[in-house]
Design a protein. Structure first.
Length: 291
């Protein structure tokens, strides 16, 4: 604890807190959101951007909700899972939403269709912890704590591939834009590249010291980002060299999620990481400097 205190004293935190009833922060007065009814009746476990003004979320209340960023209102609510929703991800065209659950299944929902699931993907033996949808939405890859990665036909719901790797407790999956590859992080401390065509491991990055919790891929498909329970995040090159490019260190506890941030014409390439230390940090992608 003494060592942790010394580490914290060396790090300067500049944070802003957002509260539902208003906003108070060190950075000065900020705009506050209007009060609204909650989208879920219990803890929210996953959230993803759906459209510029919409987001999709999953919760412990077993439901999937589509909400407006602007108004905060829940526009649609999908119910069908028997247990907590663990992951949600939208299709690239935002017409469909996929959700994974502790009930060992994945469901597909039509954004403008019926309130019930349009497809059901059963087959895993334990909680489903990873989802990745192909750019054309024809295929879905799922990962679970049962050590398996599965590939599904989204139209028929048929499992068209299954791979098992000992101790491969999947924590996250993401599809590489424009490529037939899927990135996967695992509790066995590794990050893998899967070739979705044959559902085979195309590459395994060197194992880290701690469990890998999350992954993301840059929009140009050049880089992969992975986060760790050790408190750091790692940038990997997805091109032929497939080497470690950079590490981002500064969190005092495990890093729970990581993401590439959209890049504007005048903005430096940036990433964001979140941590159990109650902070979100924004980093310069190439220098690991904090913004």
């Amino acid at each position: 604890w003494r060592a942790m205190g010394k580490l914290q004293s060396k790090i300067s935190f500049h944070t802003t807190k957002y509260r539902a009833e208003g906003s108070v922060g060190q950075a000065g007065s900020l705009g506050c959101s209007q009060p609204h009814s909650p989208s879920h009746s219990d803890a929210v476990t996953s959230v993803a951007a759906l459209q510029p003004d919409l987001c999709v979320s999953g919760g412990r209340d077993k439901s999937v909700a589509v909400s407006s960023w602007r108004s905060g209102a829940a526009l649609r609510r999908f119910v069908g899972h028997e247990r907590e929703v663990t992951k949600v991800t939208p299709a690239l065209d935002s017409s469909r939403v996929f959700s994974a659950s502790r009930d060992k299944t994945v469901m597909m929902w039509e954004l403008h269709g019926a309130s019930g699931p349009s497809q059901h993907f059963p087959g895993h033996e334990l909680v489903v912890t990873g989802l990745a949808v192909s750019p054309d939405t024809s295929q879905l890859c799922t990962g679970s704590r049962d050590n398996t990665v599965c590939k599904w036909d989204t139209e028929t719901g048929e499992c068209v591939g299954r791979a098992v790797i000992s101790r491969n407790l999947v924590t996250h999956l993401c599809w590489v834009p424009g490529e037939p590859y899927v990135i996967q992080t695992s509790e066995d401390k590794t990050t893998r590249i899967w070739d979705s065509r044959e559902l085979q491991v195309a590459h395994t990055f060197p194992a880290k010291q701690h469990i890998q919790t999350c992954c993301d891929v840059s929009q140009d498909g050049r880089y992969c980002l992975s986060s760790s329970q050790g408190g750091e995040a790692t940038l990997w090159d997805l091109r032929q060299t497939r080497r470690r490019v950079c590490e981002y260190r500064g969190h005092c506890q495990g890093t729970t999620a990581c993401v590439f941030l959209p890049r504007g014409p005048a903005l430096a390439p940036s990433i964001a990481t979140s941590s159990s230390d109650s902070t979100v940090k924004v980093w310069h992608r190439d220098t690991a400097g904090r913004g």
